[in-house]
Design a protein around this ligand. Structure first.
Ligand SMILES: *[C@@H]1O[C@H](CO)[C@@H](O)[C@H](O)[C@H]1NC(C)=O
Ligand SMILES: *[C@@H]1O[C@H](CO)[C@@H](O)[C@H](O)[C@H]1NC(C)=O
Ligand SMILES: *[C@@H]1O[C@H](CO)[C@@H](O)[C@H](O)[C@H]1NC(C)=O
Ligand SMILES: *[C@@H]1O[C@H](CO)[C@@H](O)[C@H](O)[C@H]1NC(C)=O
Ligand SMILES: *[C@@H]1O[C@H](CO)[C@@H](O)[C@H](O)[C@H]1NC(C)=O
Ligand SMILES: *[C@@H]1O[C@H](CO)[C@@H](O)[C@H](O)[C@H]1NC(C)=O
Ligand SMILES: *[C@@H]1O[C@H](CO)[C@@H](O)[C@H](O)[C@H]1NC(C)=O
Length: 398
């Protein structure tokens, strides 16, 4: 049986040694399952114990270097959800990173299939420092449309192993946890934002990255709703782990710190209770995270969302914005129309994302100047790039 030996002394190399030596170097042992930890590294060869005692003989190509392990390039893998959650639940015991770390924002898209507003996001990310963000996409497993995504796209090969999702059911929460767990595998991801296919950014990348990473709070809406649609959905069978006083409601579209993301994928206490006792008309995606985070990290939570949405008409679906609705005026109301707390100070910027926009909104959102897109310029300006002009063939069929 081979075991992985993780050696930090020599340009962080690893070699595989026979199990007879594992007791002596016990503090370096990472795992029994090599491919669980080093999925991209190929099959390690078993070497003999003499070699393992000779540091100069370590071969760096066997297990790769720390950067690849910390921040894997590929997102596809063969882990089951159970294996994935377990692996993602791990957090470093040493707080300082042994390299210069830039805080990444993980943009996690929970979608059914094609992203109708993909071009809005492509432009948003255009020219931005890839060390500052990463993209993950969860789609219905039967979706086959990936070949449309060119290698230059930020969405290229960012689909994670996904499972079917039903609206309002626990499978929705499963998909959120699956996205979090996959994004946690990249240790540079510090903030995790859940987005849908109908979400758009309201500002440019620079502003959004700094708004999120400089906040001491996570943006997750969480409130105690005394009505039937809030407390009325509480089920006494969750008592005593979850009391009526603990019970919270909130929007599904969250943004959380890494520490909260780890606690969500690690949760084995509350998840089963919600799964068993929160079925429609109790919607698990509206209650599970707000309640969990309020119980586990109340002080870290801003209790508000950064994703703008209009529920003023009532009903179970918010207003959908179409082509004729999009204007600079509308977007500016979303951008600057509020008043909220930010790190203890008052801020007029309360929302940095907005929903729901349908496919017909794409063209006015991309049109500039004066159109919807002003205010969300790409990191590097792409003055008249064919990709973003009207009626270009690449825009059709998006
Ligand atoms: C281990 O390495 C030594 C020195 O290279 C060699 O003499 C020996 O045969 C090797 N043993 C095995 C089991 O491969
Ligand atoms: C360690 O390995 C190197 C290169 O393979 C060899 O030259 C050296 O003699 C070895 N040293 C010991 C102590 O085995
Ligand atoms: C490491 O192993 C690879 C392939 O087995 C080999 O090509 C390379 O020369 C080795 N490097 C060193 C430093 O031994
Ligand atoms: C996943 O499993 C398939 C089939 O068993 C295999 O072809 C593929 O290489 C595996 N991928 C990874 C990343 O391990
Ligand atoms: C959010 O709510 C929790 C519990 O209801 C509270 O402890 C916390 O202080 C609130 N956060 C902010 C930023 O007010
Ligand atoms: C927030 O308020 C504190 C004191 O109230 C001040 O020191 C700090 O500079 C303010 N931060 C911002 C970003 O305005
Ligand atoms: C991003 O937006 C901010 C505020 O609107 C602005 O100051 C900054 O210049 C913009 N950055 C880019 C790269 O357009």
């Amino acid at each position: 049986m081979a075991r992985a030996l993780f050696c930090l002394s020599l340009c962080v190399c690893g070699i595989v040694v026979a199990s007879v030596v594992t007791t002596r170097v016990g503090e370096y042992i990472v795992s029994d399952g090599d491919d669980l930890f080093f999925p991209q590294m190929g099959t390690p060869t078993t070497t003999n114990t003499t070699t393992s005692n000779n540091n100069t003989a370590l071969n760096c190509s066997v297990l790769g270097d720390l950067r690849e392990w910390v921040s894997p390039k590929e997102v596809w893998h063969n882990m089951s959800d159970e294996e994935l959650m377990w692996r993602a639940s791990m957090a470093p015991g040493v707080e300082e990173f042994p390299y210069e770390r830039k805080a990444k924002v993980a943009f996690m898209f929970l979608t059914r299939g094609r992203l109708p507003l993909r071009m809005v996001w492509e432009r948003f990310f255009h020219g931005c420092d890839r060390r500052l963000f990463s993209v993950y996409v969860h789609v219905q497993p039967e979706f086959v449309g990936e070949e449309e995504i060119p290698p230059s796209s930020v969405f290229f090969r960012r689909r994670i192993p996904s499972k079917p999702v039903q609206w309002g059911r626990p499978t929705m929460v499963d998909a959120e946890r699956r996205l979090l767990a996959n994004a946690l595998l990249d240790f540079d991801n510090e903030r995790f934002v859940l987005l849908s296919e109908s979400c758009i950014p309201l500002f440019n990348f620079t502003l959004i990255h700094s708004y999120l990473t400089r906040s001491s709070h996570s943006f997750l809406s969480s409130f105690d709703d005394p009505r039937k649609s809030g407390r009325g959905r509480y089920n006494k069978r969750m008592w005593p782990a979850v009391t009526l006083q603990d019970w919270r409601k909130g929007s599904q579209w969250f943004e959380v710190h890494r520490a909260i993301a780890v606690s969500v994928v690690s949760d084995v206490t509350y998840y089963p209770l919600f799964e068993a006792h929160c079925a429609p008309p109790c919607y698990m995606d509206e209650h599970y995270l707000p309640t969990l985070v309020t119980k586990t990290h109340p002080a870290r939570c801003a209790n508000r969302s950064v994703t703008w949405v209009d529920w003023s008409r009532g009903g179970s679906h918010p207003k959908m914005y179409r082509r004729r609705d999009v204007s600079k005026g509308l977007l500016d109301r979303m951008r600057y129309g509020g008043r909220c707390g930010y790190n203890g100070n008052a801020s007029e910027i309360c929302f940095v994302f907005a929903r729901k926009f349908d496919a017909s909104a794409l063209e006015p959102l991309l049109s500039s100047p004066g159109g919807g897109s002003s205010g969300m310029e790409p990191c590097v300006r792409v003055a008249p790039a064919p990709l973003f002009t009207r009626c270009h063939p690449t825009l059709r069929g998006e």
